[in-house]
Design a protein around this ligand. Sequence first.
Ligand code: FAD
Length: 483
Amino acid sequence: MTTVVDELIAIVGESGVLTGADTDTFVVDWGRKLLDGSALAVVRPSSTAEVAAVVSFCNAQDIAIVPQGGNTGLCGGSVPLAPEHPEARDSIVLSLSRMSRVLSLDVERATVTVEAGVTIQEVQEVCASEGLLFAPDWGARGTAQVGGGVSTNAGGLNVLRWGSLRSQVLGLEVVLPDGRTWDGLRSLRKDATGLDLKQLFIGTEGTLGIVTAAVFALHPLPSRHRTAFVALSALETLLPFFAHARSHAAALLSAFELLPEEGIVRVQANAPHVNHPLSEPSDWYVLMRFSGGDEIDDALTSLLASAAERGLITDAAVASTSDQEANLWFIRDEVPPSFTFDERGKRHKFDIAIPVDRVVEFFERAGPAVDAVVPGTRTFGFGHIGDGNLHFSVYPGPDANIADYDGGGVELERAIDELTWEFGGSISAEHGVGQIMRERLSGQKSEVELDLMRTVKAALDPTGIMNPGKVLPAPSESERVSG
Ligand SMILES: Cc1cc2nc3c(=O)[nH]c(=O)nc-3n(C[C@H](O)[C@H](O)[C@H](O)COP(=O)(O)OP(=O)(O)OC[C@H]3O[C@@H](n4cnc5c(N)ncnc54)[C@H](O)[C@@H]3O)c2cc1C
């Protein structure tokens, strides 16, 4: 009798299908290693035609498809549901990693066309070799792939100047849940002909289709960068310093990241070769980058001098070699892993978007809100503050009994989520929704908004084979009964 695996091998070849223990790393989430799903197979097509054939087959067999890029997503979107999950069903993981070709780089148009499995770093490097900037950039750049970045509308370090991934996408090629392929690989900057279909697939985490290729807009590659690690006088001077930096040199400012001293200490604990950038520690720092031409040196020096005169900052280290600059960004990139690998591992993470002028006020309110639910914890915040994006964590205090520590669970989530909404914010700034945030979405989206999202899902994926159990909250009992 022909099995599902035999049929899949017939489409993508023996080397394109993994089963048994070979699927292990594909069914567990990167970030928490807690979401342990199961899959009939991991299927690795090497062309769009193969993706379409696999999807047609799964559609006919009612097998769910979980698209996967680098599996660096932090919300469990890229792994199948656990077997005990009420919505679990027969699934395959569809890995795009063998579709890793740069299809074309057009210098005159300033665009690049790539398959979905190319890593972010590879696109950056290919474009830089032609003097062009592919702006998306974040810590997982060496593993995260184009398809994953598009499907989560990834943010990262350069959003302040060049926008999130959504604003770089000019065109997409997508395999739809019924197996048809939509070729929208256009490189136009303007197109006023109705619905902008590519937007349906950006940030929808593989629930509406499989991104197989993308065209991105590129920018002139800044000839120089200068990075400064700046000690704030106090957290209260963060926003005045940001406002001062923007009024001083908005066109040159390409990153503005907040880091606490505690983050630096933890990075050093995990990576002892890292030197603290300043001789006198402070509680809070800003890691900022200027990008441009020769003008950046004077602009940065005069900004730091005037900010010190105004009492906004107390000290700064400006990288003068590329090694020093790499060391500063290494620290920034390592702050999230340094916590993830905390041996006590009992951390509750939030990826919050807040109107930028209210970030400090949010901090001031979040501490007491956490304390009211789980007294004795510690809070930690860092992130892309120039975009109003705060990565906020709550973890056990020094005296906590780790064995009994439950971290506040749902009650803590509710407290921080409600505070976020009170500030007009979002509970997911850039990491997406995946499995772990989907039920909390109901608190943020109105019934009208959820209904629109469900209508689009039902229209494109009526049998629900695309990444089930992700993004959209589960239908209520009454919705299930009424069909
Ligand atoms: C150290 C570290 C730092 C990070 N920093 C940031 C940051 O600063 N900003 C940020 O935004 N994110 C960050 N992330 C999160 C993560 O890297 C991004 O979400 C990234 O976009 C995921 O890409 P991926 O290829 O790993 O996708 P995956 O994790 O494999 O998938 C993510 C989602 O996209 C779907 N998907 C993947 N490929 C496709 C496809 N071809 N078609 C349709 N759906 C698809 C998956 O089903 C899943 O729902 C970080 C992660 C790590 C580990």
